[in-house]
Structure formats: structure tokens, C-alpha cells
Design a protein around this ligand. Structure first.
Ligand code: URP
Ligand code: ZN
Ligand code: ZN
Length: 460
């Protein structure tokens, strides 16, 4: 059904104006000062007076199907895409994370099959490179031809997902040749493994020791390492989930030398700090992720980097594991923080918490909010028709109610996990209508769409 959104305050990464927006089929077809509903009979009319109209938000970093640390992430595309849409995110980019022995093409098909026909929102993938040899290389070439124009490498997770320097070098060379972006988890895996072993030997086994096992310098070294390889191969790189000032500065130094690099921060590193992972009674396990939550100096530094646009995007690194049955894999009596599945579920909460803690506090303005949570991801990863409000763009839209007040709870969220890292937190604002290519998918905290509406996004 066609859609007429009236009296909207349209906010994009660059513009702020009041208009009526008309969507026919899957795209925005008219943006005018005033559109008479009589001129568009049959269209659903939405009055957006007093509300913002944002382009659909894009989360460039999620894990949904994820075999990891001896278990599987909890969400399915059904639960995750529903949660994303209720929270205003209309496109997800999922990381394909094959095991080292897996064939890349088979992994791509497995990950695609989980989303295809099930996802309610649009989606694409970063192709994980966990092994690089001639056979894998051939398969990566084929996968890129299918429109998956970004890779993902892990410089962390020794012996599991991590690549060695030879593999990193050849991955970047291939990426340069094919013109694809390489996203990278940057932490020096050898130092992490050594620090973990030392801490455990000293009896430091609880979740609060996760951060000391991967301090900021370990992450900064990872970024420096990636930048050296990017500089020498000419590849374009994207540092995922940057958590600290030290790491951002390494990227900035490289950018100043001419390296084509982008930096992502994820929601937990903006609004949580390591005291959450230090909560007593194993509660801290809910907050174990990598890179870890940092000391209280770091979130303000990351907000500054976001405001100055040294940080291009805000993702989530949504990696959902249950507290009771999964995070407890590292619980006493066999207490071991290295066995706690890493990740914080947050795909549903990103937009509202970024708005609440960023825009309403004045840390970032509305344009930075839209740019970082939508437009830059579309630009960097070539998501055609996304991240913009313009005639011809996909009708992925969020009518946002800044007057709404509510609280987050696992009792009401749509993610599959049994806990929320933000239990009881207030949100100031929420999407009142969310559309994907012209179809209304969520209204006022409820999913109202159809599963399977989501499509694999065309990428340039
Ligand atoms: O803690 C995290 N980040 N878990 C998911 C896997 C990854 O490193 O992105
Ligand atoms: Zn990671
Ligand atoms: Zn991740």
C-alpha cells in the first residue's frame, strides 16, 4: 500500500526541513511541502506532526547465526530482525563467521539460508575470512561476485577465528584487487592469550578480569597492525567495535598517512564501562564482550571521536547469549572468564539509546546521529538506496517520537535473550512507525510486519 507521511520534520545527515513524503511501491517518489491526500487515493496517511522522519537505520555489525566459544548465539533471523525493526533498524549487516576448516562458499550459503525467506528487515553480510589459501581465495572471488563486497577478519581469537599475518596480507591484497572493504576485529591475539594464561594462573578467574586480559594497548596494537598492512597493500579497511581512545588515535595516524580507513564504535562502548563487568555474583558476565568495556575515561573520549566524526559509524556488535545457560559457561565452581561467551545483545536498543544518550544530552546533533547510525554504513558498504531520504531512495523510514518515555526490559524486548544489559534503563524517544521499502513493519514498540519481507541488499 502507498504511504503518505505528512508534516514530518525530515532529518538526514545533512538536511532538516518539514515536508510531506510519499512512497509508492518500494521507493520514495515525492517529497513536497504539502501533498493533498486526495491526490493519492488509497494511500495510508500518517501524521508525523511533532515527530522526526529519519532514514531507516542500518546496523553494520551484528551476529545472529554464530557458532562461537562452544555454543551458538541465541537469536534467529526471526527474533533479531523483529527486534531490529521495533527499534528502528531496517537493514542489518551480519558477519559470516566460518570455522577455519569450513569452505567459504558453503558458509556463505548457510548464513544466507538463515536470513533468506525469514528476515523481516533487509540484510547483507560481511564475508568472514578465517582461512586464506588458493581454494578459499577462489571462493571469495565468487562470493564478491554475488554482491558481498566486504570481508571480515579477526586479529583476535587465537586458534579459532583469527588469521595469521600471511593470511591477513593476502586477504588485503585480494580486497584491493576486487575493490572491497575489509572489516577487522583488532586485538593482538598473542598478547591476549599470554595475559589470559597469566591471570588464570594467579587465580584471577572472574568476569572482572576479562578487561585486564585485553587492555587498550592490545587493541591499539591491533589497529596499528591492520593499518600497516592496509598501507602496504592499499586496501580500504574498517575497524569494528573500537573501544578506546588509543585505538582511534592509531587509525587517525594512519588516515593522516593516506590509509583508507574507517572506524566503528558500538553502542556498549559508548554507554557502559568496565564497572558493569565488575558487578558481583557473576552478574558481570552479562557485560563480557571483546574488546572489553573500558574504564570511565573511555566512553566520553569515544563520544568526542563520534562528534568529531573520527568515528564514522555506530553499530551494536549484537552477539546474543543467554545469561542462565550460556554466560554461565565460565561460572564457578570452574570459574574462568575466558569461557564466558563474548557479546552483549543490543540490536533492539541501539537507536533509542544513541538518541537518548547522544542527542538528548547534546553529545551529538541530529545529523551526526543519522549519519553515524545510517548514512555512513550505506556509503562505506555500498548499500544502494539506503541511508537517505530522497526521491528514488528505498522507502525505509522511521517516524520517530521524541516525546515517548519508557524503560528497557528483557520482559518486553523482542530479542531472544533471557536478559537485557540495559534492564530498567530509561529511553527518551522511540520509533512510532518503521517501514521497509514502503511496508509498515513496526508501530509503537510492536512488530506488525510479515516475516520474510527482508531482501538481500544490492551493493555497489
Ligand atoms: O564480544 C564480541 N564482540 N562478540 C562477538 C564476536 C566479535 O568479536 O565480534
Ligand atoms: Zn569482534
Ligand atoms: Zn562482532
Amino acid at each position: 500500500m502507498a504511504l503518505l507521511i505528512q508534516n514530518a520534520r525530515v532529518i538526514t545527515s545533512t538536511d532538516d526541513y518539514t515536508a510531506d513524503v510519499y512512497c509508492a511501491g518500494e521507493q520514495i517518489t515525492r517529497i513536497e511541502k504539502s501533498i493533498d491526500p486526495k491526490s493519492v487515493p488509497g494511500a495510508e496517511v500518517i501524521d508525523a506532526k511533532g515527530k522526526y522522519l529519519f532514514p531507516g537505520f542500518i546496523d553494520p555489525h551484528v551476529h545472529i547465526y554464530l557458532p562461537f566459544m562452544g555454543t551458538y548465539a541465541k537469536d534467529t533471523w526471526e527474533t533479531a530482525s523483529r527486534a531490529a525493526l521495533v527499534g528502528g533498524t531496517t537493514t542489518l549487516i551480519e558477519m559470516i563467521c566460518p570455522g577455519k576448516a569450513d569452505e567459504p562458499m558453503a558458509a556463505f550459503e548457510t548464513w544466507l539460508s538463515k536470513a533468506n525467506g525469514t528476515a523481516a528487515c533487509d540484510y547483507t553480510f560481511h564475508m568472514g575470512v578465517t582461512r586464506f589459501d588458493p581454494s578459499a581465495e577462489q571462493q571469495f572471488r565468487e562470493i564478491v561476485k554475488k554482491g558481498i563486497t566486504s570481508f571480515k577478519v579477526f586479529l583476535a581469537y587465537k586458534g579459532a577465528l583469527g588469521v595469521d599475518d600471511r593470511e591477513l596480507f593476502h586477504t588485503l591484497r585480494l580486497a584491493k584487487e576486487l575493490g572491497v572493504v575489509v572489516t577487522a576485529h583488532c586485538e593482538n591475539e598473542t598478547i591476549v592469550a599470554e595475559l589470559q594464561a597469566r591471570l588464570l594462573a594467579e587465580g584471577k578467574t572472574g568476569p572482572e578480569w576479562h578487561e585486564p586480559s585485553r587492555p587498550p594497548r592490545v587493541e591499539a596494537e591491533g589497529v596499528h597492525h591492520l593499518m600497516t598492512f592496509a598501507e602496504l597493500t592499499g586496501a580500504e579497511v574498517y575497524v569494528v567495535h573500537t573501544s578506546c581512545d588509543e585505538a582511534v588515535r592509531e587509525a587517525q595516524c594512519a588516515i593522516a598517512r593516506g590509509v583508507r580507513a574507517h572506524v566503528e564504535v558500538v553502542l556498549p562502548h559508548l554507554i557502559l564501562d568496565k564497572t558493569f563487568a565488575e558487578k558481583p555474583g557473576f552478574e558481570g558476565a552479562k557485560y563480557v564482550m571483546s574488546p572489553p568495556l573500558r574504564d570511565k575515561r573511555q566512553p566520553p573520549a569515544m563520544w568526542n571521536h563520534l562528534r568529531s566524526r573520527a568515528v564514522a559509524t555506530v553499530g551494536t556488535d549484537h552477539a546474543p547469549f543467554d545469561f542462565e545457560s550460556q554466560k554461565t559457561m565460565g561460572k564457578p565452581p570452574k570459574s574462568d572468564f575466558t569461557k564466558i561467551p563474548n557479546g552483549i545483545p543490543s540490536v533492539e536498543d541501539r537507536v533509542n539509546l544513541l538518541y537518548t544518550h547522544g542527542v538528548t544530552t547534546g553529545r551529538i546533533d541530529l545529523h551526526t546521529f543519522v549519519d553515524a547510525a545510517s548514512t555512513q554504513a550505506a556509503r562505506i558498504f555500498g548499500l544502494r538506496g539506503k541511508g537517505a531520504i530522497a526521491v528514488g531512495a528505498d522507502a525505509d523510514l522511521v517516524v520517530y517520537d521524541p516525546q515517548y518515555r519508557g524503560t528497557i526490559s528483557a520482559k518486553t524486548h523482542h530479542m531472544a535473550t533471557d536478559y537485557s544489559a540495559f534492564e530498567g534503563w530509561e529511553i527518551k524517544g522511540r520509533p512510532s512507525v518503521v517501514t521497509v521499502r514502503g511496508q509498515v513493519m513496526a508501530r509503537d514498540g510492536r512488530f506488525v510486519g510479515r516475516m520474510g519481507t527482508g531482501k538481500l541488499v544490492k551493493r555497489g
